[in-house]
Design a protein around this ligand. Structure first.
Ligand SMILES: [Fe+2]
Length: 249
């Protein structure tokens, strides 16, 4: 079985719109583990006026989930990061040097709203890089700012961004339009990472194994493994990254 690396999920309880209680959090970790995840970055939202749980409270939940993993003897690496909405909170974290990169690398998971236009997305990519971090753009398939343009996706990569797509989008769970756009991006090898973005066990569950099976058929074993194992492993393992090497795998 391919051992997956999941760089984006909301499985900590009581910290954002993800797991709503401890049992659900443990259930989500069980699901990820039995689907084959062996390294997992938990990424609670940080967003101005919406999700503002401080790191200290998140650390308490993270330690409890670590203890649960140990109690179950899961050979799984858990890392604590955040999903940073591009707003004043991220700006403050960049200025104070308190961002939490993914794993041991220097990439940070950033997200945009439906209202961010393309120029603003590019500005944030540059700002994150200027501060010494590599931006991994969360669920890039969602943003109207890209306007369904492969050229715009390429431009983001040329400007130093890595692009993440959700497993649910690949599998068509987010609607036909998003599924079509996701396929186009994958066909052109413009995606670097596929992650679960799991929030709960029913409505937004982890779908790693189903997604990997689908990808193997559609894009081949090598790119499927790169998207769900090799590229994310490289992101959490090292501070030196070259964008193109991810996409070319
Ligand atoms: Fe997310």
């Amino acid at each position: 079985m391919t051992k997956f690396v999941d760089l984006h999920c909301h499985i900590l309880p009581y910290v954002d719109d993800g797991a709503f209680r401890t049992k659900e959090s443990e259930r989500l970790l069980d699901m990820l583990y039995f689907q084959g995840a062996r390294s997992i970055c938990v990424t609670p939202h940080l967003r101005h006026r919406m999700f503002e749980t401080p790191d200290e409270e998140i650390l308490v939940q993270f330690d409890e989930l670590q203890a649960y993993a140990a109690q179950r003897s899961y050979p799984v690496h858990l890392f604590l990061s955040r999903e940073y909405h591009c707003d004043t909170r991220l700006q403050a974290c960049l200025e104070s040097g308190t961002v939490r990169p993914l794993g041991e690398g220097n990439s940070i998971l950033i997200e945009f709203s439906q209202l961010h236009d393309f120029a603003t997305i590019l500005e944030w990519v540059a700002r994150v890089r200027t501060n010494g971090y590599q931006p991994l753009i969360a669920h890039v398939e969602r943003y109207p700012g890209l306007d369904g343009s492969l050229d715009r996706a390429s431009e983001l990569i040329q400007n130093g961004a890595l692009l993440q797509m959700n497993a649910s989008s690949v599998l068509g769970r987010e609607g036909l339009r998003q599924a079509r756009w996701s396929k186009k991006l994958l066909k052109e090898s413009l995606i670097h990472v596929i992650a679960s973005d799991a929030h709960d066990s029913m409505e937004r569950p982890p779908l790693l194994d189903a997604c990997h099976r689908y990808l193997r058929k559609k894009v081949g074993d090598a790119y499927a493994d790169a998207l769900m194992r090799d590229n994310p492993m490289q992101i959490i393992s090292t501070t030196e990254k070259e964008n193109n090497s991810h996409a070319d795998n």
